[in-house]
Design a binder for this molecule. Structure first.
Ligand SMILES: CN1CCN(c2cc(NC3CC3)nc(N)n2)CC1
Length: 155
């Protein structure tokens, strides 16, 4: 199996979270945080900040770690390793880009039915500031065959 390292960043305000509607590509039609691939010559953190800026117009001054998830798909050798961050220390206003249409959501009305099916399982860890590691085995893009989530002290 091979591993693809990806990032995912959430922008937070008290009681609110910024989500983006993915307009094309992987995850199109689902609300999510902002992220993408980590390029050669950049750290995961640099990649996360770059993708946030490219996809939302927001510059994160500091990112804090939220969790680490490995996703596997039946019959597919490529594992996605997603490094998840959040920020509430940032500059700029959410701006629609070719990739994403940003919108603020109250934390108690997240549109989970229009998001990846794993999200409602690990979002509570993010909201409760519990650092976590997780693994999900998917069948296609909509069915979780198995998963685990554990709190960790550090990643
Ligand atoms: C660069 N992007 C970041 C977001 N990402 C995913 C994936 C995901 N589930 C996996 C079954 C697909 N769940 C969330 N929330 N985000 C895909 C790669």
């Amino acid at each position: 199996a091979s591993k693809k390292v990806l990032t995912l960043v959430f922008v937070k305000e008290p009681g609110k979270i910024l989500l983006g509607m993915k307009k094309r590509g992987f995850g199109e039609g689902r609300w999510n945080g902002f992220g993408g691939k980590v390029e050669k010559g950049e750290t995961i953190l640099e990649g996360a900040k770059r993708e946030l800026l490219e996809e939302s117009g927001i510059t994160a001054n500091t990112l804090s770690r939220v969790g680490l998830i490995n996703f596997e798909f039946e019959k597919d050798p490529v594992i996605l390793e997603i490094h998840i961050f959040k920020t509430s220390d940032y500059n700029g206003n959410p701006t629609e880009t070719e990739e994403m249409r940003p919108q603020w959501y109250a934390e108690d009305s997240i549109p989970f039915s229009q998001m990846w099916p794993d999200d409602h399982l690990w979002f509570p860890y993010m909201f409760n500031n519990k650092l976590f590691e997780a693994y999900f085995l998917f069948k296609g893009m909509d069915i979780i065959v198995s998963h685990w989530i554990k709190e960790v002290d550090n990643l």
